[in-house]
Write a protein that binds this ligand. Structure first.
Ligand SMILES: Cc1ncc(COP(=O)(O)O)c(C=O)c1O
Length: 410
């Protein structure tokens, strides 16, 4: 088939004239294909899926009931623009109650249609061609992709075990610091499961002030903090002077598909975010905002999600340790990020996480996500479907039965 006349017209940012012709297979597609193959070749073997990065449960019943009622109200039918006061007020109450962070709901909070869109919009607020966004790697790439769309550059900050999976801000070259406008961090971190310390956040504030850099702290996994109380960046003195925090109801409230979150922090940054957002979307459906406001007020929801994923992670860590993996309980998120084996006792070797991951899916029907951006790691997610604790235990027993003889080598 010949190319359409517009084949040569695609913007360089998505590949220019070669758009759509790329034959490279990306990580998540490889995983999907390997899953299909494992199911076809071993229909008798249950696929143990630790690859999914989405909550396995629906939103709380009360939240769904409220949503159902709000759908029928005519006053909720229209454009929501930059959001309703009820949601902003609930977000401000949540920040005050859970973190002791006082925010003016009118000027220091704005909703977003999921934090993904906020991370896509925020580079538009600051990045001109040639500007630099500092971003931790491995991580959620959206702010970096949009930085490049605007002609900016991304300077990666590797998250390494040697530095406790915190970025080494002192190692950033002077020339990069001078051009950097944005620092994107994410704690609790996905995928490493590391949480930030107060001392680290204090360092980030000092670094931002010293170098005139705006900080975006992605708090998508905030309510899944296991090594203490969840810590907001905005709790640290001076944080509101240098940036914003992006919250999401996806993970902690089981509201992934609802697409709702909020940006909060410095009022001028929130205003700039809202101005760009206003040119991208017309706001989340008001019924969703109202249901989400109720969810934000209900700490029992996040307590239940937290307990469930904590319990599942404890069980997974026990099983993997018993099978010879070198892992420990993550500080947060529903991911266990663990060193990928370099081989097995039988002499088999793996060049990277991807090869180890392919081995697990092909030979044992165990799905994981490899991360090879800063060392070779495997990510096990505990968002697998299991209807009760007995089902979780059965799944863990099966995982152990399949892995206990492989004897990984590190
Ligand atoms: C680190 C991180 N940030 C942001 C997001 C986006 O979340 P949402 O758009 O559902 O709020 C995700 C989703 O996986 C994530 O892992």
């Amino acid at each position: 088939m010949s190319d359409p006349y517009f084949q040569t017209m695609f913007a360089d940012r998505i590949g220019g004239a070669s758009y759509g012709k790329d034959t490279e297979i990306y990580k998540f597609e490889k995983i999907k294909r390997a899953k299909r193959k494992a199911l076809a070749e071993h229909p008798e073997r249950e696929l143990l899926d630790f690859g999914i990065g989405e909550n396995d449960e629906m939103a709380a019943a009360d939240v769904r009931a409220l949503m159902a009622a709000e759908i029928d109200k005519p006053e909720n039918r229209g454009y929501a623009d930059n959001g309703i006061a009820e949601f902003k007020e609930a977000a401000a109450r949540f920040m005050e109650r859970r973190f002791g962070v006082a925010l003016d709901p009118g000027s220091e909070v704005n909703h977003c249609i999921g934090s993904k869109t906020a991370l896509a919009i925020l580079p538009a607020v600051l990045i001109n061609p040639g500007d630099v966004t500092l971003m931790t790697v491995p991580g959620y790439p959206v702010a970096g992709t949009h930085t490049r769309y605007y002609g900016g550059e991304v300077h990666p900050l590797p998250l390494l075990a040697d530095n406790d999976f915190l970025p080494d801000l002192d190692a950033i070259p002077e020339e990069i610091r001078q051009r950097a406008k944005l620092l994107v961090i994410n704690y609790p971190n996905s995928p490493t499961g590391k949480t930030a310390t107060r001392a680290f956040y204090e360092k980030v504030v000092a670094f931002a002030k010293a170098n005139d850099i705006v900080v975006v702290q992605d708090a998508a996994h905030m309510m899944l903090t296991f090594d203490g109380e969840p810590l907001s960046f905005l709790q640290v003195p001076g944080a509101k002077d240098v940036g914003v925090e992006v919250h999401s109801l996806s993970k902690g409230w089981n509201m992934i598909g609802w697409r709702i979150g909020f940006v909060c922090g410095h009022p001028l940054l929130v205003q700039a975010f809202s101005d760009v957002k206003d040119n991208c979307d017309s706001g989340q459906f008001i019924a969703i905002q109202k249901a989400a406001a109720a969810a934000l007020d209900d700490d029992a929801i996040t307590a239940a999600t937290h307990e469930k994923y904590r319990r599942r992670l404890v069980k997974l860590v026990d099983v993997l340790q018993a099978c010879g993996f070198e892992c420990e309980m993550p500080g947060g998120s529903y991911f266990l990020y663990t060193k990928s084996p370099t081989g097995l006792a039988d002499g088999r070797t793996f060049a990277n996480g991807e090869e180890a991951s392919q081995y697990l899916i092909t030979e044992h029907s165990i799905c994981t996500v490899p991360w090879d951006d800063a060392g070779a790691y495997l990510r096990f997610s505990v968002t697998y479907v299991a209807e009760d604790e007995a089902a979780e235990d059965a799944l863990m027993a099966e995982t152990k039965a399949r892995l206990e003889t492989i004897r990984p080598v590190f």
